[in-house]
Design a protein around this ligand. Sequence first.
Ligand SMILES: Nc1ncnc2c1ncn2[C@@H]1O[C@H](COP(=O)(O)OP(=O)(O)O)[C@@H](O)[C@H]1O
Ligand SMILES: [Mg+2]
Length: 224
Amino acid sequence: MASDTKILSISNSKGGVGKSVVTMMVATALAEKKGKKVLIIDCDSQASVYEMYEQEKDMYPDKTPLVEVEALSPRRVATFLKRFGDDYDIIFIDIPRMTDKKADNPTVMLLYNCSGILVPVIGSEVDVLATQEFMAVIEECRSFKADMKEEFTAHGFINRRNLRKSNDLAEDLLHKAGLKMFKNSLSDLKIFTTPSIFKSPLSSAEGERRFGEFFREFCRKFKV
Ligand SMILES: Nc1ncnc2c1ncn2[C@@H]1O[C@H](COP(=O)(O)OP(=O)(O)O)[C@@H](O)[C@H]1O
Ligand SMILES: [Mg+2]
C-alpha cells in the first residue's frame, strides 16, 4: 500500500456514542474542503453508513457522493486494503460495537491497521467506564505500532456536550487514563443527527459555526 494513505478510525467499544455520524461528517469535510479522496469502510453488521450511502444514491441519482463507502466484514479488510488501499488519501474504518475484547479480536485487528484513533465520549458514567476499558485496546494498538515502527496517535473528544452530563469529570478521568482530549467538542444538535455522504456539515453557515473548529483541530492532530 502507498505509504501516504492514512487509515484512521473514530472508535469506541461502546455503541451509540457517535462513531458513525462523526465519521461521515469528518470524511465529507475532508473531501470537500481539502480535496481528499476518502473511503469509509463500514464493518458494522448494522451498516448504518453504508445504508445512508445507498439511500442517498437513490435520492440523488445525478450527483456524485463526496466519499466512497464499502461494507466489508472485518476479516476481509486486510485483503481489501492491500488491493485497493492505494486508491485513497484517507480511509476511515467504522467498527461495530464491541461486546468483550476477547470475543472481539477481529475488531481489535481492524484497529491495528490505523495510524490514528479518535474516541468519541459521552460524559455519562457508563460511557466513561466503557471508554476506560477501551483504553486497553488503544494501548495494544500503540504497542503493536511501536513494534512495527509505525506512526500512531490517539485522541478523545466529548460528543453531545450540551446534554446534562458530567463532561468535566469524563475529560479529567480519561486524561488521567492517558487519552489526550481535544480542546473542541461537539454539541448535541439537530443538524448532526442526519449526516450525509453527499454534503459536508461545512456547507452551511450553522455547520461551519458548530463543526468548523472541531474539524480544524482534527486536521491538525491527525496531520491531514
Ligand atoms: N453530536 C450529536 N448531535 C446530535 N445527535 C448525535 C450526535 N452524535 C450522535 N448523535 C446521534 O446519536 C445516535 C448514535 O450515533 P451513531 O453515530 O450511530 O453512534 P455509533 O456509531 O457510535 O453507534 C444517532 O442517532 C446519531 O444521530
Ligand atoms: Mg455505528
